[in-house]
Design a protein around this ligand. Structure first.
Ligand code: UTP
Length: 297
């Protein structure tokens, strides 16, 4: 019987240097889009894809993230006392059941591949998902659910993929395409952060994966790659070389790189404009800015 994907790893042990000084004390994943932390979007997306076990790979200084998933009895009591039932419901909708969330510590930031490897014993011998919470994807059907559907039809490793301009390819893992079948692309291999002009395609890996235990085996080698880090892309490429299928999956939706300031700001505007109670005010404000800018030119 084919195994279902019920476990997801959320690697959140990175240093988040692009958001210093804020990330001195605030984990990047707790930063909000409007009023929900990035990590809440990731949890919601995983749940919608049928994930039952949520494994966080954390590090020093990420206490606020663990606290976020605890129940808040005092706050609940106060909201109940004040009759604020809507807020109470909102709060409860973010509760995690005891036992469905686990934390694993990555003691040194040795790379994304190493962070995933840290969770290996909680995964065992079954396919699993990886979600990078700083990649936010706005989509009608959540991205991971789209990928799980594809995986159930065609077993193998799946990486979310997106076309990027050639000059940006060296910032991503890039697919070496074997056959382009439209939504799904079979690969000959993957290259993490290729040198300028050496990318095998312009199809880049972004932060959603469905992987087989073979990738964990490959991570056991602890091979360092681009930037002196243990790269997840390299382990996926090694699994490909060992005969496993690796598919790129062109998801439907808009991806925001919330690990970068510009992507985070764009996501904030897009998510705020999608909220009926905020839309009109924000729209008027943006229009004013655009008009003032044009008038000044
Ligand atoms: P990034 O490349 O965005 O690095 O990591 P970062 O440390 O989060 O941020 P910057 O570049 O310093 O601003 C991609 C993902 O991999 C995780 C990060 O938490 C993020 O989700 N990661 C990275 C780890 O969990 N451990 C690592 O050693 C490295």
């Amino acid at each position: 019987m084919r195994k279902r994907v019920t476990k997801a790893i959320f690697p959140v042990a990175g240093l988040g240097t692009r958001f210093l000084p804020a990330t001195k004390s605030v984990p990047k994943e707790i930063m909000t889009l409007v009023d929900r932390p990035l990590v809440q979007y990731a949890i919601d997306e995983a749940r919608a894809a049928g994930i039952k076990e949520f494994i966080f790979v954390t590090s020093r200084g990420k206490g606020a993230l663990e606290d976020y998933f605890d129940n808040a009895p005092q706050l609940e009591q106060e909201l109940r006392r004040k009759g604020k039932t809507e807020l109470l419901e909102l709060l409860r909708s973010t509760d995690m059941e005891s036992g469905e969330i686990a934390y694993m510590r990555q003691h040194k930031p040795l790379g994304l591949g190493h962070a995933v490897w840290c969770a290996r014993r909680l995964i065992g011998n079954e396919p699993f998902a990886v979600i990078l919470p700083d990649d936010i994807i706005a989509a009608e059907k959540p991205c991971l659910a789209q990928m799980v559907e594809a995986f159930e039809k065609t077993p193998g490793n799946f990486v979310a993929a997106m076309e990027v301009p050639p000059e940006k390819a060296s910032s991503y893992g890039i697919l070496d395409i074997k056959e382009d079948m439209g939504r799904i692309v079979s690969t000959k291999g993957l290259v993490e952060k290729p040198a300028h002009g050496e990318a095998p395609s312009n199809l880049a890996v972004i932060g959603r994966y469905i992987l087989t235990p073979k990738v964990l085996q490959m991570l056991n080698r602890k091979r360092t790659g681009a930037g002196g880090e243990i790269q997840l892309t390299d382990a996926i490429a090694d699994a490909r070389d060992a005969g496993e299928e690796v598919y790129g999956f062109r998801f439907e939706g808009q991806r925001f790189d919330c690990g970068s300031k510009s992507g985070y700001l764009q996501a904030t505007v897009a998510f705020a404009l999608a909220r009926p109670e905020l839309r009109d005010d924000l729209w008027a404000f943006l229009n004013d800015i655009v008009h003032a800018e044009k008038a000044a030119q």
